[in-house]
Design a protein around this ligand. Structure first.
Ligand code: CO
Ligand code: CO
Length: 302
């Protein structure tokens, strides 16, 4: 796709009908159960292919595991990844493992996309309605887990969302011929929305009241339970954002919360919105309308 603007994956055209999509991602455990960690890491790694309108089909494991780690644990991590890949229709054909003090796991993923169906951060148009496909707040919730302050129900909810594939959301985006989209991961909502705003040369206007959050997110935010990445994101991206003055600090910080295996952020042309929402409902894909692309620059939180 070129190296001038950040994309979710590398895309290389093979012919007029086919381009190859390649991406990789891996990280340290976000939860303390091995199977779920593997499943979340795999769902997260494949997400970038759907975020660009592609269809993943082949993957390789990348793992770094401590010497002393019991083999039951490492095999549970791999099993979580393998079952998630299978659910996606992706084959894990091999991989590579090295020794490391802290576990790391993820996938290299290869997929295909039709060159006319590529979705990118630069594809938003003024008037597009912004749709998000997963709630926010996985960063604060997993940080509450690390600080041993998490409520079991909140953790369960976060694990369920992080494990969920962006497959249906990506397929829906292709079916409706959407052009602007990305997935929400480490840079948080504001970071990824800033990339879209810049690449598309539009202002991304978000209505805070419409943002979906995991049940525990606000309470953890009020207690200041944020991962370090939230503060990095704030430092890096706050210059691009104009917050409504009524929004308090926990609310503002939540928009910088780094996400693991977050949802897709898609631009849906207004005239397609009602059909899009209808189809999403029929296929059990949750979608939240959170704002609109308007003329201008940066991010506006209203
Ligand atoms: Co991405
Ligand atoms: Co990525």
């Amino acid at each position: 796709m070129g190296l001038t603007s950040p994309d979710d994956a590398a895309i290389w055209r093979l012919s007029d009908e086919q381009a190859i999509v390649v991406t990789t991602d891996f990280f340290t455990p976000v939860v303390d159960t091995a199977y779920e960690y593997g499943a979340i890491a795999a769902a997260n790694s494949m997400s970038d292919v759907w975020a660009m309108g592609g269809k993943p089909f082949l993957a390789l494991n990348i793992a770094a595991l401590p010497d002393h780690l019991p083999s039951e644990i490492s095999s549970e991590i791999m099993r979580g990844g393998a079952e998630k890949a299978k659910e996606a229709g992706v084959v894990i054909a091999g991989g590579h493992t090295v020794k490391d003090k802290e576990p790391k796991y993820g996938l290299v993923v290869i997929g295909f996309v039709h060159p006319q169906q590529i979705i990118s951060k630069g594809g938003l148009k003024v008037g597009d309605v912004l749709v998000l496909t997963k709630p926010l707040g996985t960063g604060v919730t997993t940080t509450a887990l690390k600080q041993e302050k998490v409520e079991e129900a909140h953790l369960k909810e976060a694990i369920e969302w992080m494990s969920r594939l962006n497959k249906k959301a990506g397929e829906l985006a292709v079916e409706f011929n959407l052009k602007g989209g990305t997935d929400i991961t480490g840079f948080g909502l504001i970071g990824h929305a800033s990339e879209m705003s810049e690449a598309s040369d539009v202002c991304v206007q978000i209505e805070f009241a419409k943002l979906p959050f995991l049940s525990g997110a606000r309470a953890y935010a009020e207690k200041g339970i944020f991962p370090g990445g939230a503060f990095d994101n704030k430092k890096h991206f706050e210059g691009f954002v104009q917050f409504d003055e009524k929004l308090d600090e926990p609310a503002r910080m939540l928009t910088f919360d780094p996400q693991t295996s977050g949802g897709l952020l898609l631009g849906v042309p207004k005239e397609k919105l009602s059909d899009f929402k209808k189809k999403a409902e029929e296929t059990n894909q949750q979608v939240w309308v959170i704002g609109e692309a308007v003329a201008g620059k940066g991010i506006k939180l209203v």
